[in-house]
Ligand binder design. Structure first.
Ligand code: HEM
Ligand code: HEM
Length: 391
């Protein structure tokens, strides 16, 4: 059996590539569909997604090798060139498959690289990609493309298999046997001529599908409706900027995020003795952006944002040498616990810049009770606060 294609049959390398890809693709698709369907805290969700991604990245490289190989090869001629429409459809489907082999894994991989957290790729490469910043907007974009293009792939495979079965069962011709390994008699054909229609048509389908997905709002971040939007507050010191961020460890990897909506009422007199002032910070839980797990963090087992839309930090400010302390309580959900936030303060006339950090144990606030294992979700949650306020 020749390794290379001839004008009438596929060579062993082409056949090996074809059936290896078919096997990998027909494995990776159910992995993706099943993993997607599982509940967030189902024990199999993360390993199935990791298997999906790992296999997907492998498919990407196999596909590149396959395409490079195909470019060097003669294309066996069509068995029924007279059936023009049927032949054109078969060619379009082949092109849809070739394009999918690149764009489907690539869009999945770009989505993975642009977001943080969740299931890792089980390879030493590819957790992040060059020129791809961590961005939820970008992640949403690629996730939408991955969804819609993987559906084109699924439909194309179905058409492709139905076509192959039709040739085998109804036409009883050599279409399937000449892609199989056993040497069999195949009719002489002359090399297929290069045609431009089918690849253009196939590419057009991917572009139109992407346009349709964009128009349907699938490629942009559907902002979560926050259960509450905080009212502006007035106080002695007005906050003019800053961030309240958290870092958690998921599957051993840090994921950082921040709350976009919070207010602080600050009374503070640096010349006072004893208690220097008081701070009340209210945080809209629904404004949290936390990599790929922002939505899950709102769930009943985590922040339960629908029932408890805000968290409140209420503390007195004192000084201990050059370190300041905010000592009071932090209420998350319906649990109020004592807490001390040490911070440094830079006072410049009527402008104050503060930066502080503390670690919380999520179990104290009954967050992620279903994830009792620290290796899936770390117990410590690091909170970083910095803000600028003017008098
Ligand atoms: C059970 C599943 C499958 C069967 C029975 C099957 C069968 C075939 C057959 C018989 C051909 C030769 C067609 C011809 O000579 O005109 C072919 C070609 C092809 N198949 Fe499949 N296939 C399967 C799955 C897949 C999958 C999953 C992919 C990729 C995603 C794929 C991609 C291709 C491509 C790109 C060609 C064109 C090869 C070329 O001419 O360069 N196939 N397949
Ligand atoms: C040829 C390779 C691949 C195929 C055929 C494929 C197909 C699929 C399918 C069918 C789904 C389920 C979508 C649904 O809900 O209907 C899915 C989801 C997903 N895939 Fe893939 N995939 C591939 C490669 C990859 C790669 C390489 C990655 C990442 C490295 C990846 C990441 C994901 C993610 C994160 C999801 C969850 C849905 C989302 O939020 O976008 N996939 N994939």
């Amino acid at each position: 059996m020749p390794a290379t294609n001839t004008a009438s049959t596929y060579g062993t390398v082409t056949k090996a590539f074809h059936w290896l890809t078919a096997l990998l693709i027909l494995t990776v698709i159910p992995l993706g569909l099943i993993a997607e369907d599982l509940a967030f805290d189902a024990p199999l969700k993360v390993p199935l997604f990791s298997a999906h991604k790992t296999l997907g990245v492998i498919i990407f490289f196999v596909a590149l090798a396959r395409i490079l190989w195909a470019l060097t090869q003669t294309k066996p001629g069509d068995l029924h060139p007279d059936r023009r429409l049927e032949t054109l459809v078969a060619h379009i489907v082949h092109w849809l498959l070739y394009v999918a082999l690149v764009v489907v894994p690539l869009s999945g991989w770009l989505h993975h690289a642009a977001t943080s957290g969740f299931a890792p790729i089980w390879l030493p490469i590819g957790q992040s990609l060059p020129f791809i910043p961590q961005s939820e907007t970008l992640a949403e974009f690629f996730s939408g493309l991955h969804w819609v293009w993987s559906k084109i792939l699924i439909v194309s495979i179905l058409l492709h298999i139905v076509g192959a079965l039709k040739h085998q069962i109804i036409d009883k011709d050599a279409t399937l046997t000449r892609m199989w390994f056993k040497q069999s008699k195949v009719p002489e054909t002359s090399e297929r001529e290069k045609a431009i229609m089918a690849p253009i048509f196939a590419l057009g389908i991917y572009i139109v599908a992407a346009g349709g997905a964009a128009a349907a709002g699938m490629l942009s971040h559907g902002d979560r409706e926050p259960a509450i939007a905080l009212e502006q507050v007035t106080s002695d010191w007005m906050v003019t900027g800053g961030t309240i961020g958290i870092t958690v460890r998921q599957l051993g990897n840090p994921i950082s995020g921040q709350f976009d909506d919070w207010t602080s009422v600050i009374e503070f007199d640096p010349t006072a003795t004893g208690t220097l002032g008081h701070v009340t910070t209210t945080i809209a839980i629904g404004s949290l952006h936390l990599g790929s797990v922002s939505d899950q963090a709102m769930g009943t087992d985590f922040f339960a944002a629908d029932t408890f839309p805000t968290a409140t930090f209420d503390a007195d400010i004192t000084a201990d040498g050059s370190t300041y302390l905010a000592t009071g309580t932090l209420k998350i959900k319906d649990i109020t616990l004592p807490i001390t936030l040490p911070f440094v303060l830079n006072l410049d006339g009527d402008t104050a810049e503060m930066a502080g950090s503390l670690a919380l144990d999520r179990r104290d606030y009954q967050i992620g009770q279903s994830m009792a294992d620290e290796s899936s979700l770390g117990f410590d949650v690091r909170v970083n606060i910095n803000l600028t306020a003017t008098r």
